[in-house]
Design a protein around this ligand. Structure first.
Ligand SMILES: NC(=O)c1ccc[n+]([C@@H]2O[C@H](COP(=O)([O-])OP(=O)(O)OC[C@H]3O[C@@H](n4cnc5c(N)ncnc54)[C@H](OP(=O)(O)O)[C@@H]3O)[C@@H](O)[C@H]2O)c1
Length: 299
């Protein structure tokens, strides 16, 4: 079994977490809506992640909706003391599986209570406010009003830490004037590198950067360079993509998503890969030859 017990850590809030974690979004049904195709397999994936040393899980109550958090609770409660579950709010789901912005004080408060109830905890460890100004990625717009609501809920003791998702550097600066921001979760991977400068700046500030779509999201990354490097190192392309992210900066925390036990094992084994400098340089060239990443409509 791949075990990431010895792998690097980085601070998330006031806890140190392994840099290789797990993203739970893929556990819900197609379109991140409805129950998983195999309930027992979903529980097995979650339990295997924890048994392998994962102590950082990313989720949201709008995955399913509600069902992904309920699966996490069924599989893992009572939770290990070192497990950090990070959730996100700022959207709700329509009956047609659509993603609807949900930023009123009432909607944000309800979302926090939904997460508490469905995860079965008294306090949420980290809540990300997921901005929804742009359809295909971050776009400017003030986050002051919803973040002030979140900061008030934090003062009431409903969450320990606050992060931001799908945000611009200006929104992060605005957010940091309102409350402490412990992590930023944006779309970033080998082929989609709009946040290169932001990652380095956040590293200097000691803030975790958590790329979503680390494997390319719903359309996993494909590149001949990636395949060639994988063949040369006796690894899979997805492992190389994760190893490149681990090498990218010390504040990068990974949450690759999968509903498959085999893929989970494969992804966790990426922690053992050491990329030589010439390989990392070749992989750096991929972004220059790639169109913007797909899948920007999901959360
Ligand atoms: N803040 C946001 O707006 C936002 C947006 C999207 C996602 N997220 C979070 O980020 C996490 C990661 O993103 P993601 O799950 O969308 O995308 P991802 O991790 O980039 O890729 C997931 C996709 O890759 C496949 N996959 C996983 N491991 C694989 C492997 N070893 N070989 C081949 N295919 C593999 C998965 O299918 P299988 O299930 O078949 O393995 C799934 O289709 C999510 O789980 C979620 O927690 C946040």
């Amino acid at each position: 079994m791949s075990n990431i017990e010895q792998s690097d850590t980085f601070r998330l809030g006031d806890r140190m977490v392994k840099r290789l974690g797990y993203g739970a979004m893929q556990l819900a049904g197609p379109g991140v809506f409805g129950p998983p195709k195999d309930h027992h397999a979903a529980l097995a994936v979650l339990r295997h992640a924890i048994a392998s040393g994962v102590n950082h899980i990313d989720t949201s109550d709008f995955y399913g909706p509600h069902l992904t958090n309920q699966l996490i609770r069924e599989a893992l409660a009572p939770y290990a003391r070192d497990l950090v579950i990070v959730t996100k709010i700022g959207a709700r789901r329509g009956v047609d599986a659509s993603w609807i912005p949900a930023f009123s004080p009432e909607e944000l408060t309800r979302a926090v209570h939904d997460n508490l109830r469905n995860l079965g905890v008294d306090v949420l460890e980290v809540v990300n406010l997921r901005a929804m100004f742009g359809i295909h990625g971050p776009a400017e717009g003030s986050i002051e009003a919803p973040l002030t609501v979140l900061a008030e809920l934090q003062r009431k003791g409903l969450m320990r830490h606050i992060g931001l998702s799908n945000v611009t550097p200006a929104q992060i600066e605005e957010g940091r004037r309102i409350c402490r921001i412990v992590c930023v979760q944006n779309n970033y991977n080998l082929a989609h590198r709009a946040d290169d400068a932001l990652i380095d700046e956040l590293a200097r500030q000691g803030i975790a950067y958590v790329p979503f779509f680390p494997l390319g999201g719903f359309t996993p990354l494909q590149s001949s360079t990636l395949s060639d490097v994988a063949a040369r190192l006796g690894a899979t392309p997805m492992q190389i993509a994760l190893a490149w992210l681990l090498r990218r900066a010390p504040n990068v925390l990974l949450i690759p998503g999968t509903s498959s036990l085999a893929h989970l094992r494969e992804n966790l084994a990426a922690a053992e890969l050491d990329l030589p400098d010439d390989v990392a340089s070749a992989l750096d060239g991929i972004a220059a030859n790639t169109a913007p990443a797909h899948g920007a409509t999901s959360r």
